[in-house]
Design a protein around this ligand. Sequence first.
Ligand code: ADP
Ligand code: MG
Length: 515
Amino acid sequence: MHIGIDLGTTFCCVAFIDEGIPQVIPDNRGRNITPSVIWFDGKTAYVGEEANKKKITVFAPIFEFFKRDMGKPTEEMPGKPEFAPYEIGGTKYGAIGMSAILLRKLKRDAWQYFKKRKLIEESTKESEFNIEAVITVPAYFGDEERNATKFAGEIAGLNVINIINEPTAASLTFGISLKENKKILVFDLGGGTLDVTILEIINGDSFKVIATDGNTQLGGKDWDELIIGYLKEKFKKETNSEIPDERFYDLQQLAIQAKKDLSESEETTVFLSDNGFDLEIKLFRSAPPTKNVIQLDVKSNAERPFYFDERSSKLLSASKERCSTVLKASNLSWEEIDEIVLAGGSCRMPMISDMLERESKKTIKKHREGFSYDTAIAIGAAISGQSKGRIEDVAPKSIGVKLVNSKQIAFIDHLIYKNTTLPAKARKQYLTDPYAVLEIYEGESKEPLECAPLGKLELENTGDKATIMLEVNQDGILKVLADYQPEGIKETKINGSAAFPDHLKEKIQSITIIS
Ligand code: ADP
Ligand code: MG
């Protein structure tokens, strides 16, 4: 038996295959999704909704959006201490530790659910619950981030059998029952990130990623901030006083609720009280259609009401831009895309499907049988664990070797390019010092500082030239080889070269989790 886990930036979901039928595993309160939020004091961790509750009463230490830091060097990974991690009770944790805590809670939910359903022995202890898991990651996650995710799963006591891409998972859920071939564009807008991927589904059992790209700084949170900004501005205007910082959480909750209301109806009212003032603030989904003449009441200095669509124009443009980039990378036009598949909670905002319909001149099916924006990815992960289907992926980032030019300026010589079909291989001969250290980077820039270091390969006694070979296998695992005489082939496996320290692992495993 295995489970599929969508380890999201803002929400997680777990699923499994129940006698051939994909099912969501509800959490201990019967909900389908768990907020990726942790309140943690070093000994006890409140996870999910319980951590959110803590936000109201206690300000810190709350951890969220840590998925954005996945794979960044932390003190959790030896030799890479540049990134300042979270210090709690004298120990430093990073995104891996936080994700492991979250995964421990998800694993516990699965354990409880399986016991209740009698799928495992009633007497099975949590520590004895061995389960295989497929965890999803954004398609643009590189080698480092994938490894970090795998580590987190292992620390949480999961047997991670595979890491697959979120859009691939969504398309498995969508395409597993398809008979015909289709090219689809998966538009996944979550809480903090946007991920656009074009895939080809062949006979419902072969999934080939053609191109993918993401924006790690664009998500539901940015739409929340538009509303928060307006509420603050309006409060100041009406009362001549500021909403205090301690009320940020309330304000955020009001804004999120208003955003969700506007997904359902044309207008909503936010009731905001502070400092003896009670305000009713009206928000509208879209501006009324203008006739030939726009009339503005100049004398009364009437401000423009809050029209959500209108105020989101920059965010919508950024989303649109990402689609164009991926279409360009795939050498396809909108006409050649058979279907647009929406995933991620933020796609519930009607302005998203409206924008995509305008751009693509296609009709988007908003309701699909057995497909929900919140659970599609976890279900796809569960399906992939048993799938006979073939998944063909592409390199999410370009990979290259750091070199120095004649002016002694370092640059990256890319050997494998982003969106190359996997498995991919490249080789090139370089003039080297006999004892050079070759550094391998991933990223699109020529500038090493803008790329992420993956690892180093030490050469010994090469003479003056060496042939470097890079290989990325089907699962995205990179291998680097150097071939030179008289040493023959020297091989290094970049992946998994850093080990997660045992003392931290034990610490995370001993934390009491409350949810
Ligand atoms: P992630 O993949 O980032 O973990 P999800 O795909 O679950 O997250 O999406 C979460 C985002 O979806 C949040 O920003 C949340 O506010 C937003 N969201 C959820 N429901 C709605 C809705 N009805 N209308 C608008 N946004 C929504
Ligand atoms: Mg997601």
